[in-house]
Design a protein around this ligand. Structure first.
Ligand code: SAM
Length: 198
């Protein structure tokens, strides 16, 4: 029993929990207010200080809000495991230490809740970021997207994401989506699992 009355992000977190391990390196491609960043940190943080969360957003306001959430929710040692970057997620590979292999790259697309609704993720940079993500994801890793279709540009972005996924080779990738059939504007979950044996 997974779905019930859960929000799309909660369902995404349940899937992440099945994939992510303590000590992993993971990426929050769209930090926003930091709720996903916090959920990821809880999954990777271990006593030896191995886990890492790299977070990206193009809005200072978002990163400030994410930093405050972390400040009030985790201890200083755990907070040290998170690195936040004020830059586009299409550049994610450039800031990672060399040869870093990533278990999870998560996107929560659209606009910042409570923020400026005209600043949204854009199809072009989302596609570039997906390309960057597949280059750094380890076998057995996951790219997760929550895609919103209720705002202008949202449906086009979903088409971009679906086209990207449909071109990935089936020997290496298993791509699926979860869509509510009786709620036209509900967010759509897309998961790209990188197979282990390639
Ligand atoms: N994950 C967030 C949370 O838990 O609160 C919500 C994310 S919100 C739906 C989408 C975020 O993506 C916004 O904060 C927005 O500024 C950010 N964004 C838009 N374009 C971006 C880009 N090119 N690179 C990184 N972040 C971007």
């Amino acid at each position: 029993y997974i779905f019930g009355n859960k929000k799309a992000t909660e369902v995404a977190h349940l899937v992440w929990e099945r994939v992510v391990r303590k000590g992993d390196t993971v990426i929050d491609a769209t930090c926003g207010n930091g709720y996903d960043t916090l959920a990821m940190l809880k999954m990777v943080a271990d006593e030896s200080g191995q886990g890492r969360v790299y977070g990206f957003d193009i809005q200072k306001e978002a990163l400030g809000s994410a930093a405050s959430l972390l400040e009030e929710s985790v201890n200083p040692t755990e907070k040290e495991l998170v690195k936040l970057f004020l830059r586009c997620h299409s550049t994610m590979a450039e800031v990672l230490p060399e040869d870093t292999s990533v278990r999870l790259v998560a996107f929560n697309l659209g606009y910042l809740p409570g923020g400026n609704k005209t600043i949204i993720t854009e199809s072009q940079t989302t596609a570039e970021a997906l390309n960057a993500a597949i280059g750094i994801l380890m076998p057995g890793g996951l790219i997760s997207l929550v895609v919103y279709v209720g705002h202008p540009g949202g449906r086009e972005e979903l088409v971009t994401v679906e086209e990207f996924c449909s071109k990935l080779p089936v020997e290496k990738w298993s791509c699926c989506k979860i869509q509510m059939l009786n709620r036209q504007l509900a967010p759509i979950l897309v998961f790209l699992f990188r197979k282990c044996w390639n």
